[in-house]
Design a protein around this ligand. Structure first.
Ligand code: SAH
Ligand code: SF4
Length: 372
């Protein structure tokens, strides 16, 4: 593998340049590792899949070791005022059975999660009108009280104002996840029913400015993508210096306008994961449920391609089956706590081991001590 352009030079690719208006840097700045350059990423993208995966996994091993961080995912609400064309819980799907967890249900789920060992809780939901204003703040306070001071709270509820992100941080949130979905501006506006990529990027900048650890990412195989879209997505991810990054194949939902679209295949999603790892060695990258949904070994393949996070779904079982962004979602009939045993076996088969660490954003020094 020596002589590979991205790999050999990874440790030296540090940047402390703040993001500026020329689009070259990241919101809020801060030290980071730039990873492979665009030319290198383009070259890497042409490698056979197995070779690319091996490079990415080696990079993950060097930076993150053989640990796979566990995060407990809680799907808090499937009410949504938005109408993204790809999403099964968009407001124009009258067939979606809507629910919202009560404060008690959320607190109980988090307390059970702490008992099981989780040190990060990811609260996700639609842009629920009931959670605008103070709603999400109160919920975050409840989550923080239930989680105690040691565990991390990640939120993922779409676009808010800078002030709201600041208030959420003050209420106890540590991190925020919001995928940019696609770096293709036209496609983004179409798929998000008029919302622009610039609006999404401005919100990501606000998240960073509010002092929250930043997560983003994209879908693969969206209708309207071109051959170059993957590279654009990777380069945007790198430009954002995101500290957590999720990639998932698009899966058409029958009650959406994209019901007849082909959907993303596993290879593209796995390639995207590997390239993301090589572009952003420090990034916490999940092996996503969407990958596990389109293929029984989808998550394992993402781990082999450098992913280092798994997110068991610990949403109360009664609600889980109604949070259907896409059809066929795995593990909806069992408690996420049972999933941990299954996942443990799955990762062991790959020489990896589950970790209950909080898994905060990694400082740049984490790269300094690696020998790639
Ligand atoms: N409302 C928030 C969070 C919930 S949606 C938001 O939109 O940011 C979480 C993620 O699910 C989205 O970012 C999108 O990437 C993914 N998603 C939605 N519909 C999907 C589909 N049909 N197939 C695969 N992933 C999908
Ligand atoms: Fe709402 Fe998020 Fe689905 Fe869009 S992707 S409709 S914002 S839940």
């Amino acid at each position: 593998m020596n002589g590979n352009p991205g790999f050999a030079q990874l440790p030296n690719r540090f940047s402390t340049a703040p993001l500026s208006g020329d689009g070259e840097a990241s919101p809020g700045g801060g030290p980071c590792c730039k990873g492979s350059s665009e030319a290198e990423i383009r070259e890497l993208a042409r490698l056979p899949l197995d070779e690319l995966k091996a490079l990415a996994r080696r990079t993950a091993d060097a930076v993150h070791g053989n640990k796979v961080l566990l995060r407990g995912l809680i799907e808090v609400t499937n009410h949504c005022a938005m109408d993204c064309l790809y999403c099964g819980i968009r407001r124009s799907n009258p067939k979606a059975v809507r629910y919202r967890l009560s404060h008690e249900e959320l607190a109980e789920t988090i307390r059970a999660g702490r008992k099981a060992g989780f040190m990060t809780f990811v609260l996700q939901g639609g842009e629920d009108p009931a959670l605008s204003g103070d709603g999400l703040l109160r919920l975050t306070e409840t989550a923080r009280a239930a989680a105690g001071p040691e565990a991390a709270i990640t939120l993922s509820f779409g676009i808010k104002s800078r002030r709201q992100y600041e208030e959420l941080k003050a209420a106890g949130a540590d991190r925020y996840l919001m995928r940019f979905e696609t770096a293709e501006a036209e496609l983004h506006r179409y798929l998000r029913n008029g919302l622009t990529l610039d609006q999404r990027l401005k919100a990501l900048e606000d998240i960073r400015a509010a002092g929250l650890q930043l997560g983003s990412g994209f879908m693969t195989g969206l209708p309207g993508e071109t051959e170059d879209t993957l590279i654009k997505n990777i380069m945007l991810a790198q430009k954002l210096h995101m500290e957590m990054g999720g990639v998932g194949p698009f899966i058409p939902h029958p009650e959406t306008p994209l019901r007849d679209a082909p959907g993303g295949d596993l290879e593209r999603a796995v390639r995207a994961t590997a390239l993301l790892r090589l572009a952003l060695p420090l990034c916490h990258i999940p092996a996503t449920t969407a990958a596990g949904t389109i293929h029984p070994e989808g998550r394992e393949q993402m781990l082999e391609a450098g992913a280092n996070v798994l997110m068991p779904n610990i949403t109360p079982v009664a609600h889980k089956k109604h949070y259907l962004l896409y059809p066929g979602k795995i593990c909806i009939d069992e408690s996420g706590f049972q999933c941990v045993g299954c996942l443990s076996v799955r990762v062991m088969g790959r020489g990896l081991k589950l970790s209950w660490d909080r898994g905060d954003a990694l400082p740049i020094e984490s790269l300094g001590r690696t020998t790639l």
